[in-house]
Design a protein around this ligand. Sequence first.
Ligand SMILES: [Ca+2]
Ligand SMILES: [Ca+2]
Ligand SMILES: [Ca+2]
Ligand SMILES: [Ca+2]
Length: 294
Amino acid sequence: MVKKKSTKLKSPAGLALILGVIVLALVIIFATQGQTALFISPKLPSAPTLQTAADLIVTDLSWKWAPGLKAFVITVTVKNQGGTDAFGFITGLADTVNINLVTGKSTPIGTCTLTVARGKTGTCVFNYPVPPRLPFGVTATADSDKRIKESNENNNELSLLVTFCGDGLRMIPNSQGVNEECDDGNSLNTDQCTNSCTRTFCGDGIVQNLNWEGLSEECDDSKTVSGDGCSSQCLQEICGNNRIDFDEECDGTDLPRSCQDSGFDTGTLSCDSSCKYDYSQCSGITTNQTPQQP
Ligand SMILES: [Ca+2]
Ligand SMILES: [Ca+2]
Ligand SMILES: [Ca+2]
Ligand SMILES: [Ca+2]
């Protein structure tokens, strides 16, 4: 019986059965390996790491001059771009924002306290009432006392150089976007440079002892014509100032002619109160010509 059974296994049919079993086993192995590879090969993105600390940044630092207040109004905007905590909660943060002058004296302009939640911004407004006559810098620092743990401690500052008309430094343009023609740093409109940092001239309506054009103005009627009392050179047109103005023939000691120039033989030519020649003291005629009066 045993011999007979052994003979059956060695038959072609038996060998085929064994071969089939082997092939099936190999297919299963390869298939399994393929599935394993299918699950391993894709590189899925790793889960985002939650930031548990805040990250305060100064996003904006701006200023403007408020004439009514006679102060620089400086606005600071701080954003908390930190993440949620481990439980996904958004936590409000109290923070102190300092602004410091960085030019010359490091005198703080002021401080304010902000509560800035994640993703939110807060704003502080400061008045700097003393207009310096020099350009100055301001630096806004969020969490200057480092009370708050942040994911990035190195982005808490923003600085700004403030240049303006009146700081004594001509800038094209200045921080206000104004192209300054001049800047003498004072608050006078009666010199060569106005408070708006424009050059003065005859015709600007303001009398300058010495304007930008180099003229010493006696008047300025905002016009550039003569004969209306104020000349095109901003000189007063009046009789009695010892200067011939507009249609005057003479004025006091400003007497360009003599009796002889006018065809008389002798005498003294004078100027009357209307700034016209007075020939009453001229006499004699040396030529055959009729005395010439202008
Ligand atoms: Ca300036
Ligand atoms: Ca001036
Ligand atoms: Ca003028
Ligand atoms: Ca005159």
